[in-house]
Design a protein around this ligand. Structure first.
Ligand code: NAP
Ligand code: FE
Length: 365
């Protein structure tokens, strides 16, 4: 068996009302929290109230930053960090989809290193962050179990993970926060989780253990597959999608994501295509690149698909119609992606410009 390392330091509390039932755990954190949320969902889902009640119970102070946009920029994290520094916060709470959870991580580096600027986010030297609690209100990114934080880089006209890595110390997984998650967001985020499972499973860094976790994730997703078609999400399905997303986070923590994520970032940046859907667009052509298709067959079987075509049709059925793209766009995306060596390296084997260009062409034209 191939050697591997496995590290997953996030304490996970799962279940209905898990914040309320474990509120004394906030005593183990600092004295003043900075809470990161998007504009409205943390309030509407009830997650923010649950966190504030727990903080009040533990007599902790807090400040709320509720300005995190979708596909958050570095500038937003910098703005939040300025507030965090002024308010002397000593621990961080992210509530929301991947956008607020990631911004919480990014700002934690800036608050923990007050004399440094945002350039530290992209340095290879490691900087300390702060204690972090993450509470997902979407079931998709797995940011609660990954060390990654993805930001929009306007000067590079794309999105990218920052170089600094940090895990949450604690995450609360309560699917009740997703009760009112719109169907579109439920589906796009569920597909993001599925693409994490698939890409992590196929990456060169995949190990025996990460594969076993991915396979469990495929089986859990397979049980929810029809719900995405019928758009009926009961609490049991919501819980399963949340578990699938969290374990998918564990898989990409070990094995990373690959071409579909790297390619999808351009579609999100230039065409505003939601992240999960952007990845799915490339999945069939990406999986066709593998000369040894043993693992492709395995994952299709675990997901109850008879073929790659059937999986692609499933994506087309559950996701919105594909947009129009031009030859010029495809060539530009190819040239840009060829510069992102890290993402190309997660593919087992050499990838030429032609290979990458073909995946773009087959998927977009
Ligand atoms: P998101 O951008 O966090 O949220 C999308 C939308 O859903 C927002 O309008 C949000 O509203 C709304 N929403 C969130 N929770 C809701 C709820 N419970 N009920 C109703 N509406 C709700 O979406 P996401 O797909 O979860 O995160 C995407 C980001 O995560 C991208 O930037 C992506 O690149 C990143 N990502 C990170 C990782 C990682 O490992 N760190 C992995 C994959 C993706 P509000 O604005 O009001 O909150
Ligand atoms: Fe993702």
């Amino acid at each position: 068996m191939k050697s591997f390392k496995f590290y997953m330091p996030v304490k996970i509390y799962f279940g209905k009302n898990c914040i309320e039932e474990n509120k004394e755990i906030f005593n183990g954190f600092g004295e003043k929290a900075m809470i990161f949320t998007g504009r409205s969902s943390a309030k509407k889902s009830g997650a923010l109230d649950d966190v504030i009640n727990a903080l009040n119970f533990c007599k902790k102070e807090y400040v709320v930053f509720d300005e995190v946009e979708e596909n958050p920029s570095v500038e937003t994290a910098v703005k939040a960090a300025e507030i965090g520094k002024k308010e002397n916060v000593d621990f961080i709470i992210g509530i929301g989809g991947g956008s607020p959870m990631d911004t919480a991580k990014v700002s934690s580096f800036l608050i923990a290193n007050p004399e440094k600027g945002s350039e530290i986010l992209f340095e290879s030297k490691k900087y300390p962050s702060m204690p972090i609690i993450e509470i997902p209100t979407t079931a998709g990114t797995g940011s609660e179990t990954t060390p990654y934080s993805v930001v929009t880089l306007h000067e590079k006209k794309t999105k990218s993970g920052i170089a600094q890595r940090t895990f949450a110390d604690l995450t609360f997984l309560d699917a009740k926060y997703m009760d009112k998650l719109p169907d579109r967001v439920t589906i796009n985020t569920a597909i993001d989780a599925l693409t994490h499972l698939i890409e992590g499973y196929m990456c060169s860094e995949a190990s025996f253990l990460s594969d076993k976790i991915a396979e469990a994730g495929f089986e859990i997703f397979a049980e929810c597959k029809d719900s995405l078609i019928s758009k009926s999400f009961n609490s049991e399905t919501r819980e399963k999608l949340l578990i699938a997303s969290t374990v998918a986070g564990m898989v990409i923590t070990q094995a990373q994501t690959s071409l579909p994520h790297a390619m999808g970032y351009y579609l999100t940046y230039f065409k505003n295509i939601p992240h999960g859907r952007a990845n799915a667009i490339f999945m069939k052509a990406y999986l066709e690149l593998f000369k040894d298709n043993t693992k492709v067959k395995n994952l299709l079987k675990k997901l109850n698909f008879n073929s790659l075509d059937e999986m692609d049709k499933y994506f087309k059925d559950v996701l919105d119609k594909r947009e129009e793209f031009s030859n010029e766009e495809v060539e530009y995306y190819t040239d840009e992606l060829m510069k992102v060596k890290g993402k190309l390296a997660t593919f087992p084997g050499e990838l030429s410009r032609n290979d990458v260009n073909n995946v773009f062409k087959k998927s977009l034209l």
